[in-house]
Write a protein that binds this ligand. Structure first.
Ligand code: MN
Length: 501
């Protein structure tokens, strides 16, 4: 569903006419080779397209207008092979509406000690050309990612790759539509927010629907479609005995499939990229949708429970950023703690809706009662999550800004099996430790709902937050609560004052 090869970043090179045509030809040749090197990189998930060397203010301005209008262009990677006087860049940068990365590299990796002369020096002067460019971008207070290193260095490819993933998620959010069945879970604060502000700042819109609008689609699902979906279930999951054909709960599975298909048709019909549900508004549905959101997340849709559209949009962005990777990304909730002597851990889960992309082994389809919602027993996929490094992120609304908080964690196996827990779950140790991480998270106002990913790193989330103009807070090995509290105070001041910058 998510294919990042449909997107392009444009590789642009700044220069000027001062050096004469021969040098400019060399510059263009080098840039073409570098762009092709990135385009063929196995790390970089999007196309990298060479654009003719920019030598005048008009060329720069026109290139930016072209990039703004190009539907598949998700950002610009800029490099100043030679000096490119930066007043030439002001008009273009003022107009730029796409993310910007500044690659600080040079064509040769080493100084040719015995041959170097002034011609070589004048051709390969990114060391100062890129400083001139950096000045104007900083002077204009524009966000960008600065990446330093030789263009064949795999670390440089990784830095560019992370940024292109973030840029793709940003691009995906522009004009994206999210459906909200029912409203916010009553009286919950952190899942509320300003949808107008989110649309202005982040580009996506959130539309409310009565659950009856969904029920209409659910009721139209054909038996044939249900049957083929049941075959998919049998292929991908272990089925509890009662859910199998002829079993006494088989009808519950058919109903779950009907809801999943109704949801999918609704989302496809309205061209939505994600959705929320709430157990407080299920009129006309026989079960709380559990399996449906699980499987739709697995297809790349954003989802969050209880009307939490901010987290649904975050999960979608994380799905786009992780496209083509295999670790998995899911909606998550910090559920309960293990304050044990063998390491303090968080057990994460939700009532039902955790994405099977993070499952360690083949998920098992089960049906169990749900104590809230007042509906029949919902079907869900039950599994333990994978183990390894992961990120757990939340977006909250601070009134004058959106804040993205990232908790870096290490997912681990459960100490013992959990035979009586009828939901998918993940267990993790937050960095640097639970006491520090939870205190910092709470001081930052982080939500209980998160996007959880084995595919993404802090770099993806930081790049995404910068592109989106969001405040970014990271809780990791280096976090110290008193310094973190200072950061929160300074950021309050910064975001208050930054409007004047
Ligand atoms: Mn919840």
């Amino acid at each position: 569903m998510l294919d990042l090869k449909q997107y392009e970043v444009w590789f642009i090179t700044g220069s000027q006419h001062l050096y004469g045509p021969e040098t400019l030809e060399q510059v263009a040749k080098h840039s073409q080779i570098i762009a092709a090197g990135f385009d063929q990189s196995s790390a970089i998930p999007v196309r990298v397209v060479f654009k003719p060397v920019l030598k005048t203010p008009d060329e720069i301005y026109n290139l930016v207008l072209e990039a703004n209008a190009a539907k598949n262009c998700i950002g610009l990677v800029a490099w100043m092979h030679t000096f490119s006087p930066a007043k030439m860049w002001i008009a273009g940068l003022r107009s730029l509406q796409k993310p910007l990365a500044h690659l600080h590299t040079q064509f040769n990796s080493e100084i040719p000690w015995s041959q170097i002369d002034m011609d070589f020096m004048n051709l390969n002067q990114a060391a100062h050309g890129d400083r001139e460019f950096g000045f104007i971008v900083s002077r204009m207070r524009l966000e960008r990612k600065v990446i330093v290193g030789h263009w064949q260095d795999s670390e440089v490819h990784d830095r560019i790759a992370a940024w292109t993933r973030a840029a793709a998620a940003w691009h995906d959010a522009q004009g994206a539509r999210f459906a909200r069945f029912g409203d916010n879970m009553r009286e919950v604060a952190v899942t509320e927010g300003d949808k107008v502000n989110a649309q202005m700042r982040l580009g996506y819109s959130v539309s409310g629907y009565g659950v009856g609008d969904l029920v209409r689609f659910v009721n139209e699902v054909s038996d044939a479609d249900i049957n083929s979906t049941l075959q998919e279930y049998a292929e991908h999951y272990d089925l509890a005995a009662g859910l199998q054909a002829g079993g006494e709960q088989h009808q519950s599975l058919r109903e779950a499939a009907r809801i999943e298909l109704g949801l999918r048709y609704f989302l496809e019909h309205g061209n939505f990229k994600g959705f929320t549900t709430t157990f407080e508004d299920l009129h006309g549905l026989v079960q709380l949708p559990g399996l449906g959101p699980q499987r739709l997340m697995d297809r790349g849709y954003g989802f969050a429970g209880e009307g939490d559209w901010k987290t649904a949009a975050l999960v979608r962005a994380m799905k786009v950023m992780s496209a083509g990777l295999t670790g998995g990304t899911s909606f998550m909730e910090d559920y309960t703690y293990h304050f044990g002597s063998n390491g303090m851990k968080v057990l994460g889960a939700h009532m039902l809706e955790i994405c099977p992309s993070i499952a360690a082994t083949k998920p098992r389809l089960e049906v169990h009662p749900l104590d809230i919602g007042g509906k029949t027993d919902p079907v869900r996929l039950v599994f333990d999550a994978k183990t390894g490094p992961a990120v757990n992120a939340s977006i909250v609304e601070m009134g004058n800004r959106l804040r993205l908080i990232n908790s870096v964690v290490d997912a681990v196996e459960t100490d013992e099996p959990l035979p009586n827990l009828p939901v998918a779950r993940a267990l993790w140790l937050p960095q640097p430790d639970l006491k520090t991480a939870a205190a910092a998270w709470i001081y930052a106002g982080g939500a209980h709902h998160t996007g959880f990913s084995f595919d993404l790193t802090s770099e993806h989330l930081a790049d995404f937050a910068e592109i989106a103009g969001m405040e970014y807070l990271q809780i990791d090995r280096t976090t110290n609560v008193s310094q973190f509290k200072q950061e929160l105070r300074w950021n309050d001041l910064y975001y208050h004052l930054a409007k004047g910058l």
